[in-house]
Design a protein. Structure first.
Length: 281
């Protein structure tokens, strides 16, 4: 109850600061402490910007936490940091203490303070932005990026060059959600609040946004837009559309296989499925 009331007080304070942000003196120590403490709770994982409601399955966004992140850019001044031969100029510090967190962070990887990494996360040379959550056992592979406030589940593999889009404004905008056990193939782009379901697999180069239709290859049925359901193997495709100016092909995502609930693909099976359909991993 004490923690709950404490969080309620922080939320009320952040909402008040947000409403008065144009006239507030953010150099005030008490104001700074409220913002820093709130984002610190994101950093430690005690709070998160968004989560999937277990009953409705909808993504719930805690917009006041996004407001707190945006306020950090008013609280912190630009600073120069030097690490060996490297120099950085930013308002926010990088995350630290990986060993204590149980995170493996290879040279060239970085995560911003205010992101949360659970134990067992592996960061290849990659980047995780503020407000993001990365679940236990997930690998963020070489040159992959996890944008601000994106929510990545446990045991996910973001393959080389994957781009997970970030979103801060407006504060109520839904971030990208990648659910537990998903495999996101090389050079995929998941943006603008798109969502990939549990244990689903995206072949290389898939672009998924709320405007991209997701289609069942067996039936031709459109399953929705910007969301790949649970236990699906999906690849990049296109479909024909006629316009006054001619015939054009627009991108879509094609579900080519359904996995049984609880079935966990292995690399051999995954490659067989994707090779059959002419798609590389």
């Amino acid at each position: 109850m004490g923690l709950s009331m404490d969080i309620e007080a922080l939320e009320k304070a952040i909402r008040g600061l947000w409403e008065a942000r144009e006239t507030t003196d953010f150099s005030d120590k008490e104001i700074r402490d409220v913002v820093v403490r709130t984002v610190g709770l994101l950093d430690s994982g005690r709070l998160r910007v968004a989560e999937v409601d277990p009953d409705s399955g909808d993504v719930v966004v805690h917009d006041w936490l996004k407001q707190a992140i945006l306020l950090t850019f008013r609280v912190f001044a630009m600073e120069s940091y030097e690490v060996g031969p490297f120099e950085f100029v930013d308002r926010l510090p990088l995350k630290h203490g990986y060993e204590k967190m149980g995170v493996r962070a290879l040279p060239g990887s970085s995560a911003r303070w205010g992101s949360h990494l659970e134990s067992g996360v592996v960061l290849m040379p990659s980047y995780v932005n503020i407000g993001a959550w990365v679940g236990a056992g997930t690998m963020v592979d070489t040159w992959a990026t996890v944008g601000s406030c994106a929510q990545i589940g446990s045991d996910v593999h973001l393959a080389g060059g994957v781009g997970i889009g970030g979103v801060l404004e407006p504060p109520n905008a839904v971030p990208v959600v990648i659910e537990d056990g998903a495999f996101i193939g090389s050079r995929c782009m998941i943006i603008e609040g798109a969502r990939v379901g549990k244990n689903s697999v995206l072949g290389a180069g898939v672009i998924l946004s709320p405007s991209i239709p997701v289609i069942d290859a067996r039936t031709g049925e459109e399953l929705g837009r910007g969301r790949v359901p649970d236990h699906c193997v999906a690849v990049s495709a296109s479909r024909r559309r006629d316009y006054p100016g001619g015939e054009f092909f627009l991108p879509c995502v094609l579900v080519i296989k359904r996995l049984e609930p609880g079935e966990r693909h292995d690399k051999v099976a995954l490659n067989d499925i994707l090779r059959l359909h002419g798609v590389a991993t």
